[in-house]
Ligand binder design. Structure first.
Ligand SMILES: *Cc1c(COP(=O)(O)O)cnc(C)c1O
Length: 411
């Protein structure tokens, strides 16, 4: 029998969403008449923009003819898409990223999980707490996280608390680290990073030989002109950062799959002797070995996001979600909750009036028939907080907020 990778056995069971599902199913069984509203899910609900669908259909028609059929494409992505990304996401903001620094992929989840393969097993990894669980679990699988304690924390990871005291913007680590994952606009707190905050991290990274893994999956929700969309808007970031982007939340691609990662050519790591080694060729080697590219029709669909009509349709959907977020925020504030996010982000994070976020999850499910996400599922510092998402239907959002305002604050 094959001996398994024992690091998988130290993973905490991926129990957050299954446990939510179990509790909702149980409640539904006992209360079949209840109309349950889900404000917890991190998936989009609005359809793809029509120009995106049209582009995909046209591309499939090309696949139907021998003269325009396409087999394997370039592993890094078609040039037409990488050029469109370089122009529309970066040059438009005064950032010089070349198409060959862009790697098209089928998701920011895989890229944020796979990137750690490039780093030594002894690298010290810092993550925020609460956090998107992928960053943690991929370190555990690689054997870089160490032992898990009672609170669910791994002894070889460096946790950076995001709490009301620091405005959910973690301070720089006191310990030596090699790599840090940052995500802004943040999932789960909904907080955005001002330019000065990102500059603090870039300066720190340059001075301390740290690589920043910057997840900007939600940048499309930024409406405030002063908030950077990209880490590369900060001077020096091309020497210390990798950026992850996705069409998932931006353009409704969660079920269509397209994302991209930017690895600057100037970014260096070190080999065992301390000599500088460029990271870009390593990621290229990794992707060309283990990944065979995103399908041609999907890359054409992603390209269509950058047409004027595509941009308009995408913005319309983003505005719809942002209005949901505004309504949720307003409703929570009216109830007297202390709320972050919901502005420049599709998530809202609020302090539960009881100590346990699972208890408050139950309270909201039972009294308001509203499904939320308990903050404890995102890390020890998430305990006592709840995440709401603005990805739902407008009428559901309005009704959910009406119900929440009509129930006793705690059970
Ligand atoms: C949704 C999400 C992503 C996007 O993942 P895809 O694989 O591109 O769908 C990335 N990072 C965070 C924090 C997310 O919430």
């Amino acid at each position: 029998m094959a001996t398994i990778n024992s690091h998988y056995l130290t993973l905490a069971s991926g129990y957050l969403f299954p446990e939510i599902g179990r509790r909702v199913a149980q409640y539904r069984e006992q209360n079949p008449q209840a109309r349950i509203i889900r404000l917890g899910i991190g998936d989009v609900t609005r359809p793809l923009p029509q120009v995106v669908v049209d582009a995909a259909k046209a591309a499939f028609d090309e696949m139907a003819l021998a003269s325009s059929f396409k087999g394997y494409g370039p592993e890094q992505g078609y040039t037409f898409l990488r050029e469109a990304i370089a122009v529309n996401e970066y040059a438009s903001r005064g950032v010089a990223i070349t198409p060959d620094e862009i790697f098209v992929s089928d998701g920011a989840k895989c890229d944020t999980g796979n990137i750690q393969e490039l780093f030594d097993a002894r690298c010290r990894i810092a993550i925020t707490d609460p956090v998107y669980p992928v960053y943690v679990d991929s370190q555990v699988m690689a054997g870089r996280a160490g032992e898990r304690d009672q609170a669910g924390r791994y002894d070889q990871l460096v946790y950076l608390p995001a709490l009301p005291e620091n405005g959910f913007l973690p301070e720089l680590p006191a310990k030596k680290i090699d790599v840090v994952y940052l995500c802004f606009p943040n999932n789960p707190t909904g907080v955005v990073a001002p330019l000065s905050y990102l500059k603090m991290w870039v300066d720190f990274a340059l001075q301390n030989d740290v690589i920043i893994l910057f997840d900007a999956a939600y940048e499309a929700f930024i409406t405030d002109q002063t908030i950077p969309h990209s880490i590369f808007e900060i001077e020096g970031a091309k020497n210390c950062a990798i950026e992850f982007r996705s069409f998932s939340k931006k353009a409704g691609f969660t079920g269509t799959r397209c994302a991209f990662t930017v690895v600057p050519k100037d970014l260096m790591g070190r080999d065992g002797e301390g000599h500088e080694v460029p990271i870009h060729p390593l990621w290229l080697r990794r992707q060309t070995t283990k990944f065979n590219g995103v399908s041609y029709p999907v890359q054409r669909a992603a390209e269509a996001c950058y047409t004027p009509e595509g941009q308009r349709q995408i913005q319309e959907t983003i505005n719809y979600y942002l209005e949901n977020a505004r309504l949720i925020r307003q409703g929570l504030l009216k109830c007297g909750f202390s709320v972050s996010g919901g502005v420049n982000a599709p998530y809202l994070w609020f302090k539960a009036p009881v100590a346990s976020s699972w208890d408050y999850f139950n309270h909201l499910l039972h009294t308001a028939n509203v499904v939320t996400t308990p903050g404890a599922g995102f890390g020890a510092c998430g305990e006592g907080f709840m995440r709401l998402s603005a990805f739902g239907d407008r009428a559901d959002v309005e009704e959910a907020m009406e119900r929440i305002s009509g129930i006793p604050a705690s059970g």
